[in-house]
Structure formats: structure tokens, C-alpha cells
Design a protein around this ligand. Structure first.
Ligand code: FES
Length: 576
């Protein structure tokens, strides 16, 4: 442990437990009521374990027992653990999308930490939006914080093949619709693809974001790569519990850890991982919570000079178990050390460079080095043009290279239901060169930017052997998805962004080398269409939906609430 900066009397929790007034009597007597004696907590750091477990949280089904591992570590180090449940964001279960509730969990995290006698916290998350949400809340509250990632699930299996979360669902769904596999095959895939607790084991949003959070300095070294059922994961939980107690004594807080340089490290790792497009939204939101302004052009600039190094689905071949056995995140970081700012402080109290020193790559098929990259650049590109004045993103390394420079006739769907009703109809006027456009799927239109951006290939084209087309939307797509899908078009169509003005039959030009996305319609014609466009009615008049509608920002700004970005932590109220 580094130098102790806190004493029992200067702990935040002392204001609840250490005084001699009537309120403190209540705090102590109610803690005794729960079966804890004074010796259990007196003068000790109180550690909140923010647990996103629930019966519907499929990726976090091991978090009940993992919280016990964390508590064991907290007790061992002389802390007092308090498990606090927070809202579940179960990615595939929650409608319209967990993204609508990311800011809800962030607010809940911040307010749990603020309103209770907490000195530090362990953030337990992993399933897509949970990691960013927990970290955003912790950054706003700025109490010592460590992140325990849920860890990826085991590799899926079917008919002697490895199955990857999400990626192989899309792949075999297309084969089923094309008549190339049977219903029996599909049922067996359903039973074999999610074989253990843990997050999606492809390089989807969960693995991308837990890797990024570790790179930022908020998890123990290599924590993000450990498969959820591995005994190393239990030990990582208890180590994290021990470490957070030390972090409280050292007064090592989130805003001591996150810096513009650590954010740049995180973006480089995003590119090296070939990570999820969702990260472009979450990293912006995380950085802005800490007062670090970040825009899409910065991703583009870093992406151009950072190689793609990890051969994992959906862009590559392998899965998270393979990544862990190949050395995991520390091995990747050590291999790309020269590209990183290794002097950045982390939750260990040491620098990133010290954390990764000596980590080795055990399988160069899975993890490459910059001397032998899969691609010389990151593969996540930012597009602009008259269709996306504020930007759009594309995962070029998961797209058919043939389509990266393409002009085609737009086939426009006004919303998801319109698309679902017409995409497979024989009369849909579409061919392999068409550009599928989905609108009203953005932050306000979705609402919450559901992961609809990988529009299905029309059935008649699937049967003809087509497996990729240019697709454009203001939606997101799952990190496990693939294809030539232009996403996050900003501003979104719901508020009158240019996607709202496109008509079926317009020519759309995608030029990835030139980073351009344009509809080939004159400015005069677009102006006439804009004049005729009518704004939509608000989706929500009450409740959280109304708050969301009034305050959520566009995709290029991170989709945070405007009243939560970039501010100093709210001062603790004087406790009476
Ligand atoms: Fe939870 Fe993919 S559904 S990480």
C-alpha cells in the first residue's frame, strides 16, 4: 500500500458513525440491528459493492456469489462491505433497449454513493451498458472506485464448431432463412451458444468496454479477460475487495486516474481490439463526465495510426477464452507498449506500464503486435457528408471490402416496424446493390438507439447468396454484429437530421477511403424536402421517459444527459 492519506476520523463514513449526536445513535443502532457489532465497522472504510445482479440479468447470474468473494477481500483488508443492488440492464431482455437506461444506472450509482455512508466502492458490471454506466456514476461522485468485470462466458459449441455470442446468431439466422440449416440445427444452436454465466464472449460491447475500463485504470491487471466461471475470477473479486480498502486509505479517486492521456490509451486499445462501435458513444460519455472533451474526429485520428491486433469475432476468428489463454489484455498492452502512455496511474496505485510489465503473448494467431498487425489501422471509421453532418460510424474491418466504396439506390424504411413488415416481402423493390436505410431509430427516435443497425438482408437476396449490403441508420448495432452498416448518423432523423429527407430511389454514395457519406440530391431539393418535413410528437409525457427525452444528447456527444456532463462532483451536503 502507498502512503496513507486518510485516518479513521477523516473517513466520509465517520460523519455517520463516529459522532456522538442523536442521528449517529440511529446510524449505529440500525447497523447493530443488522447483526454487525461496533468492531465490524468502527473506524473502517465502508465499501459499497454496487451489484447489478438480478434474476433476469443473464450475464451477471454469478454476481451473487462473486459479491461474496469481494466481501471476503474487503473484510480481510479491514473494511466494512455493504452490498447495494442497482438497476439491472440485461442486454437482450430490456425493451426498447438498455441504452435508454444507461444514464439511469449512472444516476443511481452516483446517488447511492452520495446518500449513504460510503468511503469507496466496488462496481460490479460487464453486460454492455453496465460498465460505462457504473463508471460514469463513479466519476461524477469521485469516491475511490474499482471495477469488477463480470468476465466472458465460455465458448459456445455446436456440431463440433465454436459458437460466438451474437455473431453466430446473425450468421445462422441468415442460413436458416436461406434454407441452408434445419430447424433442428437452429434449436441445437440455441442450446449451445450460451453455456455459462458471463458476458458475450465475442469482441462485442461488453468485452470492448471492460477492456477499455481496465486500460483506463479502473480494474486489476487482466481482470477483464478472465472467463466468468474460472476460479481466477473469484480470486480477482477478492483481490479487488482488498485493494479498494487500500485505495480509500490512499484517497485514490477516479479523477486522479482518468486523464486525457488515459482516454487516448483506451481509444488505442479500442482500435487494437477491433472493438464495438458502441464504444464511440460510451467513451465520449465517460470522458465528458470527467470534464474531458472528446469528439469523433479524435477517434478517427487515433484510429488511423493504431493497428488492429486482436483476431476475434465478429471481425476475426477467435473468442474471449482464446484471448485469455493467449495472454489477455495485459499481453496485448505489453505488445503495443510503444503506442501507449504507460505512465498513467491506475487503481493498483502503480502505473499502467508497471501493471503490464513482463506480460507475454502465448498465441500470436490471437494477439498480434504492431510489427505484425492484422490491419495497419483500427478499422473503426468516422464518416461525414450531407447525410451525416455531425458524423456516423462504420466498423470497416467487419464489412465486405467490396462495399466500402459503393453507390446504390436507397430503399427507405420509416421505422423498425415498417422495416419488419416489408423486408421479406416478395414485392420489395430491392437488389444486391441497393442501400437499406432505417430511420427514426436514434437517441430520441428509437428511443435509446436500439441495436437495429444491422438491418436483415431481404430473404429473396439471402436465397440468391447475398450476405452483405450497405445499410444506413441512426441506430446502433450490437458489438457482436458485422456487415457494411453505417451507424449513429447524427443528427438523428427524429429531430430532422438529413436521414429524414431521403426518399426511396435516391442515390447514396458511401466512400470509406474518403470518409464520406452523401445522398446525391441537390441542395435545393433537400431544402424543399426540409421545408415539407413535419416534426414528430414527443414520445413520453411523464416519468423517466420524459426526463430522457428532454435531456439526452445526440450520438456524437455520448447520449448522456446534459445536466450530468463535464461538471465537478456535487459537493457532499453537510450531514446532520
Ligand atoms: Fe450481456 Fe452480451 S448480452 S454482454
Amino acid at each position: 500500500m502507498s502512503e496513507r492519506k486518510k485516518t479513521p476520523e477523516t473517513l466520509r463514513s465517520h460523519r455517520w458513525y463516529g459522532k456522538t449526536d442523536m442521528r449517529s445513535f440511529g446510524h449505529r443502532s440500525r447497523t447493530l440491528q443488522m447483526g454487525f457489532s461496533h468492531e465490524d465497522y468502527k473506524g473502517k472504510p465502508v465499501i459499497a459493492i454496487i451489484n447489478t445482479w438480478s434474476d433476469i440479468s443473464h450475464c451477471h447470474s454469478h454476481f451473487r456469489e462473486r459479491a461474496e468473494d469481494v466481501k471476503r477481500g474487503v473484510w480481510q483488508a479491514g473494511g466494512f462491505p455493504l452490498e447495494m443492488p442497482a438497476i439491472t440492464l440485461a442486454e437482450v431482455m430490456q425493451k426498447p433497449t438498455t441504452m435508454m437506461y444507461r444514464n439511469f444506472l449512472a444516476m443511481e450509482t452516483e446517488e447511492l454513493l452520495r446518500s449513504y455512508p460510503v468511503d469507496g466502492c466496488v462496481l460490479m458490471g460487464g453486460c454492455d451498458k453496465t460498465g460505462p454506466a457504473l463508471l460514469m456514476g463513479a466519476l461524477s461522485m469521485n469516491l475511490p472506485s474499482i471495477f469488477v468485470p463480470a468476465g466472458p462466458m465460455l465458448t459456445g459449441r455446436w456440431a463440433g464448431k465454436a459458437l460466438g455470442s451474437g455473431s453466430d446468431v446473425w450468421k445462422y439466422w441468415d442460413e436458416l432463412r436461406a434454407g441452408n440449416i434445419t430447424q433442428r440445427d437452429w434449436d441445437d444452436i440455441e442450446a449451445g451458444i450460451a453455456r455459462s454465466p458471463g458476458t458475450c464472449m465475442t469482441m462485442g460491447t461488453a468485452s470492448t468496454m471492460t477492456g477499455i475500463i481496465e486500460t483506463l485504470g479502473f480494474s486489476l491487471p487482466n481482470a477483464s479477460a478472465i472467463p466468468a466461471p474460472d476460479s481466477n475470477h473469484s480470486r480477482m473479486g477478492s483481490y479487488s475487495g482488498r485493494r479498494i480498502v487500500e485505495m480509500v486509505w490512499e484517497d485514490l479517486k477516479p479523477r486522479d486516474i482518468i486523464t486525457p492521456r488515459s482516454v487516448d490509451n483506451a481509444i488505442k486499445v479500442l482500435m487494437a481490439l477491433g472493438g464495438s462501435t458502441n464504444a464511440l458513444i460510451h467513451v465520449v460519455a465517460i470522458a465528458r463526465r470527467a470534464g474531458i472533451d472528446l469528439n469523433l474526429d479524435h477517434f478517427e485520428a487515433i484510429g488511423k495510426r493504431t493497428p488492429y491486433l486482436v483476431n476475434m469475432r465478429p471481425a476475426g476468428q477467435y473468442l474471449m477464452e482464446d484471448f485469455y489463454y493467449a495472454g489477455g489484455l495485459t499481453a496485448l498492452l505489453e505488445g503495443m507498449r510503444d503506442l501507449l502512455d504507460t505512465g498513467e496511474l491506475t487503481c493498483t496505485g502503480r502505473t499502467l506500464g508497471e501493471n503490464i510489465a513482463g506480460a507475454r503473448i502465448h498465441n500470436t494467431e490471437v494477439i498480434r503486435t504492431p510489427a505484425n498487425p492484422i490491419r495497419p489501422d483500427g478499422g473503426l471509421v468516422v464518416l461525414r457528408g450531407n447525410l451525416a453532418p455531425d458524423g456516423a460510424v462504420l466498423k470497416a474491418n467487419a464489412a465486405d471490402p467490396r462495399l466500402l466504396t459503393h453507390t446504390g439506390r436507397a430503399v427507405v424504411f420509416d421505422d423498425y416496424n415498417d422495416m419488419a413488415a416489408r423486408i421479406d416481402t416478395p414485392e420489395l423493390d430491392v437488389d444486391a446493390d441497393s442501400v437499406l436505410v432505417l430511420r427514426n431509430a436514434g437517441p430520441l427516435g428509437g428511443p435509446g438507439m436500439p441495436e437495429w443497425g444491422m438491418l436483415p438482408i431481404p430473404k429473396k437476396l439471402l436465397k440468391a447468396g447475398v450476405r452483405d449490403m450497405v445499410r444506413i441508420s441512426d441506430a446502433r448495432m450490437s458489438g457482436t454484429s458485422y456487415g457494411t452498416c453505417v451507424l449513429h448518423v447524427a443528427p438523428e432523423s427524429w429531430i430532422g437530421g438529413p436521414l429524414a429527407l431521403v426518399k426511396t430511389g435516391d442515390l447514396i454514395e458511401l466512400d470509406v477511403p474518403g470518409r464520406q457519406l452523401n445522398v446525391k440530391v441537390s441542395d435545393e431539393e433537400l431544402a424543399a424536402r426540409r421545408a415539407a418535413w413535419k416534426p414528430k410528437a414527443r414520445r413520453f409525457e411523464r416519468g423517466y421517459g420524459a426526463l430522457f427525452s428532454q435531456h439526452v444528447s445526440q450520438a456524437d456527444k455520448g447520449c448522456d444527459f446534459d445536466f450530468l456532463e463535464g461538471m465537478q462532483p456535487t459537493e457532499d451536503p453537510e450531514i446532520h
